[in-house]
Write a protein that binds this ligand. Structure first.
Ligand SMILES: Cc1cc2nc3c(=O)[nH]c(=O)nc-3n(C[C@H](O)[C@H](O)[C@H](O)COP(=O)(O)O)c2cc1C
Length: 180
């Protein structure tokens, strides 16, 4: 399975969690191709044709980012706007992503217990990721269960390493196993 990871962290140099997750992938699997969106597009001028062509080459697209205000950092939102075009991703003639697997991987400051009804953040991550889920299903892609690294800022070095191993395994797990 060919996996593309699109990592969207505005300041990877000062990241702990997302940096550790990416380092774990480099260590664990060289078949995974990583693209760091903020480094590729410092001017935010997303190359639509290039991004679209890349998506076609992979079976599974992982969108990795720190959870910011219950959503993704803004360059990833722009990536969606610039890449998921009518006539290509959806609408009449827009069938290029049919069946392609998409998986969200995010790190949160909040704990797992805070992301539930009655918890501090009130909603589950699955609920809060609905707009991205619907973007994928609108394009007839397959939306897979997300990977979430909770409590990211409080994790020790060992904790981050554990999460990185869990991440590397999660994104390589085949759909029937991930979804059941
Ligand atoms: C602008 C901003 C918004 C944030 N919003 C949230 C949020 O909505 N929910 C949450 O749990 N954490 C939030 N956080 C915490 C980040 O998710 C956390 O610092 C990040 O996942 C840690 O990853 P890193 O070490 O790779 O930066 C926010 C942080 C920033 C800077």
């Amino acid at each position: 399975m060919k996996i593309l990871v699109i990592a969207a962290h505005p300041d990877l140099n000062n990241s702990r969690a997302n940096k550790a997750l990416l380092q774990g992938l480099n260590k664990n699997n060289d078949a995974i191709h990583i693209r760091k969106l903020y480094e590729l597009y410092p001017d935010w001028n997303v190359d639509t044709e290039k991004e679209q062509a890349l998506l076609l080459q992979y079976d599974r697209i992982v969108l990795q980012f720190p959870f910011y205000w219950y959503s993704c950092p803004p360059l990833l939102k722009k990536w969606f706007d610039d890449v998921m075009k009518p006539g290509w991703a959806y609408g009449p003639g827009g069938n290029r992503l049919v069946g392609k697997e998409f998986l969200i991987a995010t790190t949160t400051g909040g704990s797992d217990k805070s992301y539930r009804s009655g918890g501090d953040n009130q909603f589950t991550i699955s609920e809060l990721l609905r707009p991205m889920e619907r973007t994928v299903t609108k394009c007839k892609g397959t939306y897979l269960p997300a990977f979430v690294c909770y409590n990211a800022n409080a994790l020790t070095y060992e904790g981050l390493e554990r999460e990185a191993n869990r991440y590397a395994e999660h994104i390589r797990t085949l759909m029937p196993v991930l979804a059941h």
